[in-house]
Design a protein around this ligand. Structure first.
Ligand code: MG
Length: 444
């Protein structure tokens, strides 16, 4: 669908405060770090893969490999078909952790409010984030109070020039960590705009999205180019006649309500207008998902596969929120209205899907001791705390698990739930997968 300049968006509907958020993303993280460590790899298409064999999953492709079309999530053998001389390495978490820590030191020298988002991404918030978040969260339905406030006016006098800070950070990374490393930096009035801006130019970008240029930039983006829009959401937006990011921005609340059918419509409305709705530090008590089976069963194999899918969704939300859990619960209701509920407290914190699944499966096998067939299955995690992945762990295993989980999540966040998954659920019907995948969207 053709996009037109946005003539409808008035300044009072957009957050016109000076941009105060910076999103920084290390380009081709694992691969660039390997090239930094080994200069003979520089200029050569390089991938870091879970395994070096043909079936290994590519976790990171170097800038040279990306230019040839090689992507994260590919099999090694497919990368080798495109480029037979591609260098294939296995992950070396100690190196990546070192670079992560050094980058954080640089960021913290410029900003007192740094939030690491993953091993290769961080958000720097300048100014008064708490007040902004409160403001954004309390203006629902009141467009007249959007935009400049007394607060933001006084902030504008003290807001540093983020573009210059961005340039300095790039320089520091090259001088203090390694000359082969580049970052894409995005600047905006909220986290969403900053992340979107960081994705505009890769590698080595430095872009800002603000009230002055949002129309122009959004007219060149499709909805699926926006962070948080996966395949399922894209098709729902398309069905409502929304194809470009600009059409999404111009959609009114009624249209968005019809698409999202939840509080997400409000969050998107605000997010697209540059207001902060994504920095809430969660006080969430648990994360869970349930599935009502079309036909009750006590087939352990089938239930196990469904359980795994539910655990994948729980795990993805857990990690997307930078959380870890120290408990797992399982609930099922049987034919005949009886139900079973049990929870396990754990000695250690968990965050990967297989860990959640392992605990869930233990409880599921107890629940199957009941004679009746299971009609609804639910699994969840509790005792949540902020993830400590940025801290040094002493177990190499933990690092490997973390990197693998994060990379799979990135692929699934981008291409839709279950684009890549574990073998456990092979054979589960497409219908069940779709029904489980199409769940809440509050954690996009
Ligand atoms: Mg990156």
């Amino acid at each position: 669908m053709a996009t037109e300049p946005n003539l409808q968006l008035k300044s009072h509907e957009f957050n016109c405060s000076p941009s105060n958020v910076m999103h920084i993303d290390l380009n081709s993280c694992f691969a660039s770090i390997e090239q930094q460590a080994n200069p003979t790899l520089r200029g050569i298409p390089t991938v870091v893969a879970a395994y070096p064999t043909g079936g290994g999953c590519v976790l990171a492709a170097s800038i040279e490999a990306k230019k040839l079309g090689i992507k994260t999530g590919w099999r090694v053998r497919d990368a080798q078909k495109v480029c037979p001389q591609v260098a294939v390495l296995i992950p070396d978490p100690a190196k990546y952790r070192h670079v992560h820590k050094e980058m954080m030191k640089i960021f913290e020298a410029y900003c007192g409010n740094v939030t690491p988002k993953s091993i290769d991404e961080a958000v720097l918030t300048f100014g008064k984030p708490e007040r902004r978040a409160w403001f954004a969260a309390n203006v629902e339905g009141e467009p007249s109070v959007f935009g400049l406030t007394e607060d933001s006016l006084s902030e504008s006098q003290t807001m540093p020039e983020l573009g210059n800070i961005g340039k300095q950070i790039k320089k520091d990374i090259k001088e203090k960590i390694g000359e082969w490393l580049t970052v894409s930096i995005g600047i905006g009035p909220n986290r969403f705009m900053a992340k979107t801006a960081a994705g505009l130019q890769k590698p080595d970008g430095l872009e800002e999205i603000n009230f002055m240029n949002v129309d122009r930039i959004f007219s060149g983006l499709k909805v699926e180019d926006l962070c948080g829009i996966n395949v399922a959401l894209k098709s729902r937006l398309n069905a409502a006649g929304i194809y470009s990011a600009l059409e999404f921005l111009n959609a009114n609340r009624y249209t968005l309500n019809a698409v999202f059918r939840s509080i997400s419509s409000y969050h998107w409305y605000m997010r697209l207008r540059g207001f902060e709705v994504d920095n809430w530090s969660t006080e969430r008590k648990s994360i869970g998902h349930s599935y009502a089976l079309p036909k009750a069963t006590n087939d352990e194999r089938e239930l196990g596969k469904i359980l795994f899918r539910l655990c994948e969704k729980v795990g993805l939300r857990l990690r997307n929120n930078n959380l870890e859990a120290q408990g797992v619960y399982l609930f099922c209701s049987y034919k005949g209205r009886t139900c079973f509920h049990k929870s396990h407290k754990l000695h250690q914190k968990i965050f990967t899907t297989p860990e959640i699944y392992q605990q869930g499966l233990r409880i599921l096998s107890e629940s199957l001791k009941m004679v009746n067939s299971i009609g609804t299955l639910a699994v969840g995690v509790f005792d949540l705390s902020q993830s400590l992945y940025q801290q040094q762990t002493f177990f190499e295993d933990q690092d490997k698990k973390r990197h693998l989980a994060q990379t799979l999540d990135k692929i699934n966040n981008k291409y839709g739930n279950f684009s890549v998954s574990f073998g456990t659920t092979f054979g589960l019907s497409k219908k069940i997968l779709d029904r489980i995948a199409f769940g809440g969207i509050r954690d996009m």
